[in-house]
Design a protein around this ligand. Structure first.
Ligand SMILES: [Zn+2]
Length: 214
């Protein structure tokens, strides 16, 4: 059987980068990728330091949430699976507890698209999913619903979730979201951030997806 070593190594490296770039602390947050054959997800195990995770420890879980190999998966495996089932374009999910993401999530408000890069990278504003206890089915369904067809969502009083076509893409989005929310918090402290017009948001997203860098 394919042991998905490449996927496991990729997620381990991304976990260390996430920790070292301050996007999470301790064992909080979690990351996953969908395997290339679409049958499973590789997700970080529950409660293991990012620096100490080995490929053998990484959790391989089928699309029904059953553990196939490795240690017990992150308690948010259901949240990751809920997104993969709903979004065929998503092959990587990153959940962080980063400072500005958490600050905004604590206010339980939706963030309008106030910066060009939010339009380009996220696809518009960032919604905050209704509250659900960590690891609960309620949190998983609230998250998938609030994410919709965008690339990022906040979890009320908890943190953020970013998705991408691959891990590199999801990581870039995670960084853009954290920096954008930092700018948003600063903007709120000196005045009222102004939302972009929908037509400008759509134009920028379309340009980014279809023309940028091509
Ligand atoms: Zn969390």
């Amino acid at each position: 059987m394919n042991n998905y070593m490449e996927e496991k190594r990729m997620v381990i490296e991304a976990g260390k980068t996430m920790l070292n770039s301050g996007l999470t602390v301790g064992t909080w947050g979690n990351l996953s990728v969908r395997t290339a054959d679409g049958k499973y997800i590789v997700i970080t195990p529950s409660g293991v330091d990012y620096e100490k995770i080995t490929p053998e420890m990484m959790s391989l879980v089928d699309m029904d949430g059953k553990l196939v190999s490795g240690k017990k998966p992150s308690i948010e495996a259901g949240l990751h699976l809920g997104i993969y089932k709903k979004r065929e374009d998503v092959n990587a999910v990153i959940h962080t507890h980063s400072i500005y993401t958490c600050a905004v999530a604590a206010t339980r408000t939706d963030v309008p698209a106030v910066l060009d890069e939010m339009a380009q990278i996220v696809g518009g504003g960032i919604k905050t999913a209704k509250y659900g206890l960590p690891g609960s089915q309620e949190l998983a369904s609230n998250c998938a619903e609030a994410l919709g067809d965008r690339m990022a969502v906040l979890l009320a009083n908890h943190g953020g979730v970013c998705v991408g076509k691959d891990l590199k893409d999801a990581f870039k989005i995670t960084n853009v979201v954290e920096v954008s929310l930092k700018s948003y918090c600063l903007a709120k402290s000196i005045g009222n951030p102004v939302a972009l017009d929908d037509k400008d948001v759509n134009f920028m997203r379309d340009f980014f997806l279809n023309s940028y860098g091509k």
